[in-house]
Design a protein around this ligand. Structure first.
Ligand SMILES: [Zn+2]
Length: 404
């Protein structure tokens, strides 16, 4: 009969330092590992990560339950030999953190169930926050607050947790929050008159040890609410982070933390109307500029030829200006911009008979050759550019020579 490890961590208030005997020196994924006769190390399972710690001089870097009852302690160095007595110590800080998140999850899940009959379908303990998937179709802010408040009132009441070991028959007499499909003995965790759940994890002895239970965010996912939360030390860390972010953001706006959201809202509105106003003014400015460019253009036979090179104007700006120029009278506009080293062109002609023979698309293709780029368009309007803004003068000369 294979060896079944005695789980010391099942006992409330069990010691985190203990002596045990090596039953078997083994390997796990190529690393040395040992099977002990008894252990306080919790193996990964039930959404809770494994404990770590020390086994004599070796670090326990992972704990896995390979098959039921066979708990392997994976070590960072060669295993002690079979039969040896070893001194073990579970990392208390990591354990306390896991205990807070896990016990907090029992309390929070029970709160959702009690208030809204919403069952918890999944639990994951992350590195920062943990998550539960709750069958709550309508997770309004009010409901979330209500569950969070009930959970914290259970913490503040510092209720005792009890472990009941029952058989299937005994389990039917307990008001279990969820049924277990395990055969044989069942371990039921009771939070004093509030909740009964079958569970093999590590728990606090009293709810006060869990500390604050804080819900960080809620997302809807397939008729479920995915609730992220943090308990105890993590809730404090989460509060500090959230507060720091809020205070630093408020400082950027030279205001206090609580005044920042309405102020930022007002500034965003203001920004929107300023942008609108800038667009209107740009339209007016380009109209004026377009007329001036037209008037300064070279007089040809029945039309004006306007050739201009600009610095740092985006493509849509020179395109708008080209429109305004050709709207001012019979004309051809050949505009270029050195936009941060990139060449941009906007060529246009008016709808007048005097320029009906000008093909802006053909002019643009010739211009693009000189700046290492490509482009094309219609006879009345063409846009394009290339990576070599140094070629703009040659490009404009090439296009100009084609306008008869
Ligand atoms: Zn549990």
């Amino acid at each position: 009969m294979p060896h079944v490890t005695e789980r010391l961590y099942f006992e409330p208030g069990h010691a985190l330092t203990f002596r045990a005997r090596v039953v078997e020196a083994a390997t796990h994924d190529g690393r040395p590992a040992v099977l002990l006769d008894r252990t306080s190390f919790y193996p990964t399972g039930g959404g809770q990560p494994n404990d770590t710690g020390r086994l004599d001089d070796a670090r326990v870097i992972d704990v896995v339950e390979e098959v039921e009852g066979r708990i392997l302690h994976v070590l960072d160095r060669a295993s002690p030999a079979d039969g040896r007595e070893v001194d073990c110590e579970v990392d208390a800080v990591r354990r306390c953190d896991h205990m807070q998140q896990h016990t907090g999850q029992h309390i929070l899940s029970a709160a959702f169930e009690r208030l809204f009959d919403a069952e918890t379908k999944g639990f994951r303990m992350g590195a920062g926050t943990s998550e539960i998937d709750v069958e709550l179709e309508d997770p309004t802010g009010e409901r979330i607050c209500e569950a969070e408040s009930l959970a914290n009132s259970i913490v503040f009441s510092d209720l005792a947790l009890r472990v009941h070991t029952v058989d299937r028959e005994g389990a039917t007499r307990l008001p279990l929050r969820k049924q277990s499909d395990r055969d044989g003995e069942l371990r039921v965790i009771e939070i004093d008159g509030f909740d009964w759940s079958p569970c093999g994890g590590t728990h606090a002895q009293r709810t006060g040890e869990v500390g604050l239970i804080a819900i960080a965010s809620v997302e809807r996912a397939k008729r479920m609410a995915r609730v992220s939360f943090a308990c105890g030390g993590r809730a404090l860390a989460e509060y500090r982070r959230a507060n720091r972010t809020a205070v630093e953001t408020a400082r950027l706006f030279s205001t206090g933390r609580d005044d920042a959201p309405p102020l930022v809202g007002r500034l965003m509105e203001e920004n929107k109307s300023l942008k609108r106003r800038v667009r209107e003014l740009a339209e007016i400015a380009s109209e004026v500029e377009g007329r001036r460019c037209f008037e300064a253009g070279e007089q040809r036979d029945g039309f004006r030829l306007v050739v201009c090179e600009f610095s740092d104007r985006p493509a849509d700006e020179i395109r708008l200006l080209a429109h305004k120029i050709v709207a001012s009278g019979p004309s051809v506009a050949l505009l270029a911009s050195n936009d941060g080293g990139v060449a941009r062109f906007a060529f246009a002609r008016s709808a007048s008979d005097s320029v009906a023979g000008v093909d802006c698309g053909a002019l643009l293709r010739a211009a693009c050759d000189a700046v290492g780029g490509r482009g094309g368009g219609k006879p009345e309007l063409a846009q394009g550019g290339g990576p070599d803004a140094g070629g703009i003068p040659a490009a404009l000369d090439a296009a100009r020579s084609m306008v008869k």
